[in-house]
Design a binder for this molecule. Structure first.
Ligand SMILES: Nc1ncnc2c1ncn2[C@@H]1O[C@H](COP(=O)(O)OP(=O)(O)O)[C@@H](O)[C@H]1O
Ligand SMILES: [Mg+2]
Length: 263
């Protein structure tokens, strides 16, 4: 089993309890996310995986009344400290969702959207940004001759890679992916996984996936989450190198889950 050199900690979640109104959705979550790695979060539906992603870009704050105890840092800076610019935070931590959600605009305008908001307006600069982002998302070859056609004409897999390009265009540092392949066929899934492999050279990636083979294929670290009973908060059962989690986990619950003997 290959030993992982410890990369720098990019995101640290420290003893977090999290509530939606009065409902405690997460209890005592601590995770260190290394930079330039893919970290996977697995576990049954409802155990709080998406909520853990939201902690990192404060997306839960647009969803109503929530409360967080504990600490989340990005490059050792508390992202919940007073005065943190949430817009800037979200530009540093991009997110890809389960269903591709391109804007009803051209391919070019989708990718140029974020940079334009940042005030980058010159055509030649935008051309460069769009090309680079589409290349990083492994979509350039397929769309370079039809940049002005509607993004909605692309296949599902192409739309998801376009959404990745749109996120990359604003040069985030961390990319959150919440079940990014669950609406895609195996070929499109493979393309996204290949893309992730290249992206981790420059980015830190955290992926939530239902697909355990996918977690095993793409990630260096895996966290397994669980809720004991309906209504109980989600907990992190085990976190470690993916090779260890999938071959000799420390906890019985992890072993039961990864071998399909769940419950
Ligand atoms: N916006 C919300 N308001 C209230 N409860 C929520 C909200 N989002 C998620 N929850 C609850 O929090 C728990 C964890 O949800 P979630 O993070 O979506 O789990 P997962 O992604 O693992 O399926 C679930 O019980 C869910 O019903
Ligand atoms: Mg989810």
């Amino acid at each position: 089993m290959a030993e992982l050199d410890g990369n720098k900690i990019k995101v640290r979640i420290e003893s977090v309890d999290f509530y939606y109104e009065d409902f405690k959705a997460l209890e005592d979550i601590s995770i260190d996310i290394e930079s330039n790695r893919v970290t996977a979060l697995i576990g049954p539906s409802g155990c709080g995986k998406s909520t853990v992603l939201r902690l990192m870009n404060r997306m839960h704050e647009v969803m109503g009344k929530t409360r967080l105890k504990g600490k989340v840092t990005l490059d050792d800076q508390d992202i919940y400290a007073p005065g943190v610019d949430v817009v800037e935070l979200r530009s540093r931590i991009g997110e890809i969702f389960q269903k591709p959600n391109p804007f009803p605009k051209s391919i070019y305008d989708n990718v140029a959207f974020g940079p334009r908001l940042q005030g980058r307006k010159s055509r030649s600069e935008l051309d460069g940004i769009v090309e680079k982002a589409l290349k990083q998302a492994a979509l350039w070859k397929e769309v370079k001759n039809k940049l002005n056609t509607s993004a909605l004409e692309l296949s599902g897999g192409q739309q998801q890679r376009l959404c990745i390009a749109r996120t990359l265009a604003v040069e985030p540092e961390v990319i959150l992916m919440d079940e990014p392949c669950s609406a895609l066929d195996p070929v499109a899934t493979q393309q996204i996984e290949d893309t992730m492999e290249v992206l981790k050279e420059n980015y830190t990636i955290i992926i939530v996936t239902h697909n355990m083979q996918q977690a095993a294929r793409v990630s260096e670290y895996t966290g397994f989450m669980l809720i004991q009973e309906t209504g109980e908060p989600g907990k992190l059962v085990e976190f470690g190198p993916t090779s260890k989690i999938f071959t000799m986990p420390d906890k019985k619950e992890t072993e039961n889950y990864i071998t399909g003997r769940f419950g």
